[in-house]
Design a protein around this ligand. Sequence first.
Ligand code: CDP
Length: 223
Amino acid sequence: MRCNDRPSSPIAIDGPAASGKSTVGEALAKQLGFAFLDTGLMYRAFTLAALRIGLSAEDPDACGKFAEELSLRVIPGTRTRIELGGEDITERLRDSEVEAKVSRYSAIPRVRAAMVSSQRALAQGAQIILAGRDIGTVVLPGAPLKLFLTASEDARAKRRGEQTGAEDDAQARHDISRRDRVDSTRTVSPLKPAPDAILIDTTHLSLAEVIDLALEYARCARS
Ligand code: CDP
């Protein structure tokens, strides 16, 4: 392993729901001067758009066609923003209806193919960090640095509950375990670490410790 000032790009960050991918990815992007693309927001944006026109996830052909024709404006930055038909929908993407359905739409192969192709185009030649479920395995299998963040379900439910300002973490726990189950068992691009990913269990680490660790890997990746 060799350390230098030029961090390797692109960086892939994968992991289950609420494992800290976006928080760590955003912080890392800021420190490295990279862009950050939260691919989960793209699947959420597709879900919101489909729900708005009453398109069911039980109709994969129609969903696939809709994904291929949908024009989402994805703006990677220190934070990822998404526009749909000129409307900035970023703040809508964690609404409960989206949260409840996103994993169902995300399991549709043609929807995934459309998203993956946009993600690769956005990553092409950029100094960028992508976060998601299949970045290291499918979207960017050649990425020089792949991190896979995990944490116990308890820790993740607690963090997500705090993030959303909920009175307790029961709803967060329910949402997380349902999405993890669907995401890990789908046939296409299931959630799993790439064979060359570095696994970081953040259960007992503070956010600052995870960011420091990720920064060290980014600056000292195999190059
Ligand atoms: O932030 P959190 O980890 O809770 O979820 P997210 O990254 O916003 O992802 C929302 C959902 O989108 C996931 O539960 C997956 O169903 C889907 N997703 C995916 O299938 N592939 C990705 N690369 C990113 C997200």
